[in-house]
Design a binder for this molecule. Structure first.
Ligand SMILES: [Zn+2]
Length: 424
């Protein structure tokens, strides 16, 4: 192991013997008591030295025997240390691609903030390269989202759509003006290729089965399909147990979610059934909207489309990285002009054949306000925690204040990337 104190976190001394790693409440933590000698030893944990060399340096600096190992272990357990050589063979392969890693440097640093184990961040980044994602819909949202996933290192991002690029499909980060008139799918794939930090992975030979789709993003250009997702079109995805995420813009509202884990969380049909329960006129309205004029140019605020593409891509990546994103079983909505995001839970419906287990609505998701309150509580908890760490540090032992219990729980729930298997 070549220990490296995570460079993504800025370091500062809160007092003579307490170090704070990080600035923001989400990821900052304090560690103490730490004497000055140990404090300056931290500078040597830069990934350039192995443990043997570090022990020798510690000896030279008159640190007690075993102190270096204890320090590294303590920092590792606090999630503050990365391993400059860790993460497995795929990570090593990525490390050798210097230009690719230079492009993905900020993403790697960001991943290091949410992975505990040394080498975990680059391991996740490397795992993205082997994943296949399909985006259905090459409009303002779909193409930008596909480019974001590709740029973030997802190995294969395919965009499906029909027809030719229209002037109103053009968006910064999405389809360029020069592509007007080209086939939508081809133009979108060109955008994806340009966004990729690396060449596409080699296709497997004819006798090797392609890896399955890790995720399908349904991002229709049609506003009715955004508002009322087509459950019938999702049947093959449900039958094959393919996770899928709905997103798009309808009128002045952006939609992200639900992320459907077939047989595990509420699906498009569950959503439809709940809406029909609440409003008996819902099916009649949907039928009228669907048979209405399809050729008109719908409303789609450019900045709203960008925000939707960003949030949907973030939820998709979190899922692909093995986290449980907040979009699971939830439909996030924001409307112009303020773009306040609200979470609308999509719990499983008893009349839906998808077989997702019913749970009390409360545990399915928190509403926007509850999420905000929870975030406030987290911040409060952290502030108190920081205070506590400086005021009541047991003598001789190092105390680590972690950001929040909720995040720890999320980390525990992390799956290996791309491992979702449905129980249908
Ligand atoms: Zn369902």
């Amino acid at each position: 192991m070549h220990p490296l104190v995570k460079p993504a976190l800025r370091r500062g001394w809160r007092d003579l013997n307490t170090v704070q790693f990080g600035m923001t409440p989400a990821h900052a933590m304090t560690l103490g008591p730490m004497d000055t000698a140990t404090g300056s030893f931290l500078d040597l944990l830069d990934g350039a030295r192995g443990l043997a060399l570090l022990r020798a340096e510690g000896h030279r600096m008159d640190l007690p025997d075993g102190h270096v190992d204890a320090l590294v272990e303590r920092l590792s357990r606090a999630g503050l240390v990365d391993d400059a050589g860790g993460g497995g063979p795929a990570a090593q392969e990525l490390r050798e691609k210097k230009e690719v890693l230079a492009r993905l440097g900020p993403d790697l640093a960001s991943l290091s903030l949410i992975t505990q184990e040394p080498g975990g961040a680059i391991g996740r980044l490397a795992a993205r390269r082997a994943l296949r994602v399909e985006v259905r819909g090459a409009g303002r949202v779909g193409v930008t989202l596909a480019a974001l996933l590709s740029g973030a290192g997802v190995g294969e991002v395919d965009v499906r759509d029909v027809g030719r690029v229209q002037p109103w499909d053009v968006a910064p980060g999405g389809l360029p003006a020069e592509s007007v008139g080209e086939r939508r799918a081809e133009a979108a794939r060109a955008v994806v290729r340009r966004a990729a930090p690396d060449r596409p992975p080699r296709r497997p030979g004819p006798d090797v089965a392609e890896p399955g789709l890790a995720l399908v993003v349904v991002a229709p250009r049609d506003d009715v399909l955004v508002h009322a997702p087509d459950a019938r079109a999702a049947e093959p995805l449900m039958a094959s147990g393919t996770p899928h995420l709905y997103t798009g813009v309808v009128e002045g509202t952006g939609v992200v979610g639900p992320l459907v884990l077939p047989g595990g969380t509420g699906c498009a049909r569950c959503l439809h059934e709940h809406r029909t329960d609440r409003d008996p006129a819902w099916p009649r309205l949907v039928a009228q909207w669907r048979s209405g004029q399809a050729r008109r140019v719908g409303a789609c605020d450019l900045t709203l489309a960008a925000a939707v593409a960003g949030l949907a891509a973030a939820h998709a990546l979190a899922f692909l990285d093995g986290e449980s994103p907040s979009g699971t079983g939830v439909r996030w909505e924001a409307s112009v002009p303020a773009l306040h995001w609200h979470a609308r839970p999509v719990p499983p419906h008893p009349a839906c054949p998808c077989g997702a287990p019913e749970k009390p609505e409360k545990t399915e998701a928190t509403t926007g306000r509850e999420a905000e309150e929870e975030a406030d509580r987290d911040t409060g908890e952290k502030a108190e925690g920081e205070q506590a760490s400086t005021n009541r540090t047991p003598h001789g032992t190092m105390v680590v204040q972690r950001p929040s219990a909720k995040r720890r729980k999320a980390a525990d729930a992390a799956r290996p990337t791309g491992t979702w298997r449905a129980h249908v």
